[in-house]
Design a protein around this ligand. Structure first.
Ligand SMILES: [Zn+2]
Length: 160
């Protein structure tokens, strides 16, 4: 996402709006698959030897729920997005590193399919809670009942 400095009017801002290929964002490395392009709407201007950009970014991604392991889609919205870049003397400034960083900050470390509140995760209760119940309850109980059964049954009745 390059901004040509000559296009920015002196003392004013330049409005940029459109879509960009989301491949440079490197979302796959973070476990998210981009769904559609990166959409942006930005106002860029120059001040004190730097370039500033404000506006909003939108990217839809597909992630895997850490709880139920189902794939789900989520919108990442950076609104408001704001950044400032020092000018390096070139004719253009590339906003991609700033945009990339901002989008990555929106990615959840532990994505859950129910985090948007639109659906309920089928694995709402962690599976780890069940084995401990079974250990103290279901597996221990048959041993106790077997011992009680032996106590109730007189040895003489069982002998042939
Ligand atoms: Zn889930």
């Amino acid at each position: 996402m390059k901004v040509h400095l000559r296009q920015i009017p002196q003392g004013e801002t330049l409005h940029l709006e459109g879509e960009e290929d989301s491949a440079p964002l490197g979302l796959e490395e973070a476990g998210a698959e981009p769904v559609g392009p990166l959409e942006y709407s930005l106002d860029v201007g120059l001040s004190d030897g730097g370039l500033f950009a404000t506006g909003r970014l939108h990217q839809r991604v597909r992630m895997t729920c850490v709880s139920c392991l189902e794939a789900f889609e989520q919108d990442l919205d950076s609104d408001p997005f704001a950044t400032q870049i020092e000018l390096g003397g070139g004719e253009s400034v590339d906003l991609t590193p700033e945009v990339r960083e901002d989008i990555h900050l929106l990615l959840p470390a532990h994505p859950r399919c129910d985090q948007g509140g639109e659906k309920t995760c089928p694995a709402h209760y962690p599976a780890a809670a069940r084995p401990s119940l079974n250990d103290s309850g279901d597996t221990a109980r048959p041993a106790i009942w077997a011992a009680l059964d032996q106590l109730k049954t007189p040895p003489s009745d069982g002998s042939p």
